[in-house]
Design a protein around this ligand. Structure first.
Ligand code: CU
Length: 258
């Protein structure tokens, strides 16, 4: 009897340690989330994003390739955000989200799926919505690696923890699109092709490390989100970039002739 008693104590103690560690991990320490970015709108791009959150500090590591490379003979600026949903589950849009049937799921059509901008993955400066359309701090060119540690706002952290944080990288190359889609004008900024403001990559962050199996984001019921004012500003920025040169329009015509 005495021997059994002695053995039971250490086993119980171990069990308690394990239970404590499991309980603490829900709120303390570093939590990792990741996603495989999938091409939207036939962008042909791909990528991965890893987000490590410790308190209010987030380290975002992102690798993308195959995006539109040039805009106006300069590296194509790809604004990128963590979009967040509150009511509905955050997901990536599917072709069914293309409500007007023009062949592109534009930024507005995608919002019922991935929600509003929670955090801007800017290369420097603010990471809230204030830099959402700042082309100078966007991802640049067709392939890039992004790594930054910053204070992440509480609403984005909360959404990511709930599985409702979705990384969206914007900016398509009209050359990769169907004639009809390439010729479409932006519903945000009519002077621009729809491609310029539309999402090219999307992935909803899930808890875990990079070796976790990733399923395709499912389409969600989702609530209807309003027009994203930030994305209107994005269009304005691109118009400024394009002003005076018209290279983008020329390229579009060439695409249309193919
Ligand atoms: Cu966005």
């Amino acid at each position: 009897m005495r021997k059994l008693h002695m053995m039971a104590v250490p086993v119980m103690a171990l069990g308690m340690v394990a239970a404590t560690a499991a309980g603490a991990s829900a709120h303390e320490g570093t939590h990792s989330y990741q996603t495989e970015l999938k091409a939207l709108n036939g962008s042909g791009a791909s990528g991965t994003v890893m987000v490590s959150i410790d308190g209010d500090q987030a380290t975002v590591t992102e690798k993308v390739s195959g995006l539109a490379d040039k805009f106006m003979d300069a590296p194509y600026p790809h604004v990128q955000h963590v979009h967040i949903t509150t009511g509905a589950q955050g997901v990536c849009p599917t072709p069914a989200s293309d409500k007007n049937g023009d062949g592109i799921v534009d930024t507005v059509e995608g919002m019922p799926s991935y929600g509003m901008i929670g955090t801007t993955l800017s290369t420097k400066g603010a990471t809230d919505a204030s830099t959402a359309t700042d082309l100078k701090v966007a991802g640049m060119g067709g392939s890039y690696t992004y790594e930054r540690t910053f204070t992440m706002n509480a609403k984005t952290i909360k959404a990511i923890e709930a599985g409702n944080g979705t990384v969206v990288v914007h900016g398509l190359d009209p050359a990769t699109l169907s004639k009809k889609a390439a010729a479409a004008k932006s519903n945000l900024v009519p002077e621009l092709p729809l491609a310029a403001t539309s999402p090219a990559l999307c992935g909803t962050l899930v808890a875990g490390q990079m070796d976790m199996p990733i399923g395709n984001p499912e389409t969600g019921g989702g609530s209807t989100a309003g027009m994203d004012n930030g994305m209107i500003a994005l269009g304005g920025g691109l118009v400024l970039l394009a002003a005076g040169a018209g290279v983008y329009m020329v390229r579009r015509r060439q695409v249309g002739q193919n």
